[in-house]
Design a protein around this ligand. Structure first.
Ligand SMILES: Nc1ncnc2c1ncn2[C@@H]1O[C@H](COP(=O)(O)OP(=O)(O)OP(=O)(O)O)[C@@H](O)[C@H]1O
Ligand SMILES: [Mg+2]
Length: 421
């Protein structure tokens, strides 16, 4: 196969043993469609070179002194998502394979590889690298969204992620947490919209000190004309650039909005923004169900008191009945107070589920921030509870990226190829 250098498959080798690096190079040197662009001696060096050289395929050793290949794989997938990582290892047990797959590895070859096996694996995973490279290196249309308006902005080429927050008990802090997370997530690279589907008494706009000029009713009224121009007219812009889709200005207007409106609006926002954050009312009605239908992640919130924990249990049962995947659910405890004697561990034990994060009770700080309409994440993020909300945000981003990777794996990874070796 004769190929131009720029069309050839860019391969990076990561292995701490010089002889192995050399052997791999030799096995590949006569393949005109394969170009070994770099060889790294440590996991750290592998991450650095992957970042600089943007290879299509990475041949990764598992056992290395500074950082093992699985950890390096995890880090590289985050930075160079199109790179396809093939693990080379003498350890071919199922546990290693599973960990490698979870970390984002695409394939697994036992060491030492035969030339044929190595080359055919590289060619097969490179096809996917090409498709993914195209997807990830298109000019970022998000930046266009972040500009002064949405008109003329290029369509966002991937579906944005919808993060909903819900509690069947009111007053636990859903709006407080979500409005802060929206401010934390929004940036020029990740324009974010915060939607209030608590249609009767939604207060997202109050938490951000914004007067409702336009609201979700204006979209529902013109649902057949829903496009970027209409979004541009209706979404309000917070001083930090975050877009807000406010709840109706009066409770009686909530009746104007149907679940079908919500579905269409959320789908349209997911095509326009990388992140769509949705606040809900505590009623599990057809509006909330429409939000759940579009959600990529659901943050459920409870406070450390028996009624809230009981409601959380009922919610988990309901989500199971609805077949809502547990991988899309995060459970957060808010207003944690040591003096109550209820710990996150005790709640986890009682509900038989993980507590993904907890936020301390800081009444004075939170109340002042809400009354001023200034989210805590716009101020000092080094102290609780802003610090904890920021940490929670990190976990949310991580969960989204793990879920996304798993979806890709389910799509693309053939367990037969891995296990059949
Ligand atoms: N970590 C916290 N520490 C102390 N108080 C908090 C904390 N988080 C929220 N609160 C307080 O709890 C109250 C309810 O918060 P919030 O409105 O965010 O809850 P909600 O779940 O959205 O309620 P609703 O059911 O009315 O929509 C607010 O008065 C807020 O000040
Ligand atoms: Mg609320």
């Amino acid at each position: 196969m004769v190929t131009n250098a720029e069309d050839s498959i860019r391969v990076l080798i990561v292995d701490d043993i010089a002889e192995t690096r050399e052997n791999l190079r030799k096995l590949l040197q006569f393949e005109s469609d394969v170009n070994v662009v770099g060889a790294a001696r440590t996991g750290e060096e592998g991450i650095q070179q992957a970042r600089d050289l943007l290879p299509d395929v990475i041949l990764m050793d598992i056992n290395m002194p500074d950082m093992d290949g699985i950890t390096a794989t995890q880090a590289i997938i985050k930075e160079v998502p199109f790179a396809q990582i093939v693990i080379l290892s003498v350890q071919s047990d199922a546990n290693y394979m599973r960990r490698a797959m979870q970390a984002g590895a695409r394939d697994f070859i036992p060491k030492p590889p035969s030339g044929d096996e190595l080359i055919s694996t590289i060619r097969s995973v490179a096809v996917r690298a090409r498709e993914q490279r195209e997807k990830y290196t298109k000019p970022a249309p998000q930046a266009a969204v972040a500009g002064p308006g949405l008109r003329g902005a290029t369509a966002f080429d991937r579906q944005g992620k919808l993060i909903a927050i819900y509690s069947s008990k009111g007053g636990v802090g859903c709006t407080t947490l979500l409005s802060n997370m929206a401010v934390g997530l929004h940036s020029d690279q990740t324009p974010t919209v915060l939607v209030d589907t608590s249609l009767q008494f939604g207060d997202v706009s109050v938490f951000l000190n914004m007067q409702i000029k336009t609201s979700i009713v204006d979209l529902a009224m013109h649902i057949e004309e829903l496009d970027r121009e209409l979004l541009d007219d209706v979404l309000m812009v917070h001083e930090c650039g975050l877009r807000i889709l406010a709840a109706p200005p009066r409770p009686e207007l909530a009746d104007e909005i149907t679940a079908e409106h919500i579905r269409k609006i959320l789908q349209s926002l997911k095509r326009t923004f990388p992140y769509v954050l949705v606040d809900t009312s505590s009623t599990m009605d057809d509006i909330t169900l429409a939000v759940l239908d579009s959600a990529d992640l659901l943050i459920t919130v409870a406070t450390p008191d028996i009624p809230a924990i009981k409601d959380a249990r009922l919610l988990f049962d309901l989500l199971a009945v609805l077949d809502f995947p547990t991988s899309k659910v995060m459970f957060v405890l808010n207003k944690m107070d040591r003096r109550t004697g209820i710990t996150a561990e005790a709640v986890a034990e009682n509900l038989k589920c993980d507590v993904d994060g907890w936020i301390p009770a800081e009444e004075r700080l939170v109340t002042t921030s809400i009354n001023r309409g200034e989210p805590l994440l716009m101020g000092d993020t080094n102290r609780p509870p802003a610090k904890n909300i920021l940490e929670l945000l990190g976990m949310v981003e991580e969960r989204i990226s793990v879920n996304e990777q798993e979806e890709v794996d389910l799509d693309q990874l053939s367990p037969r190829r891995l296990i059949g070796r």
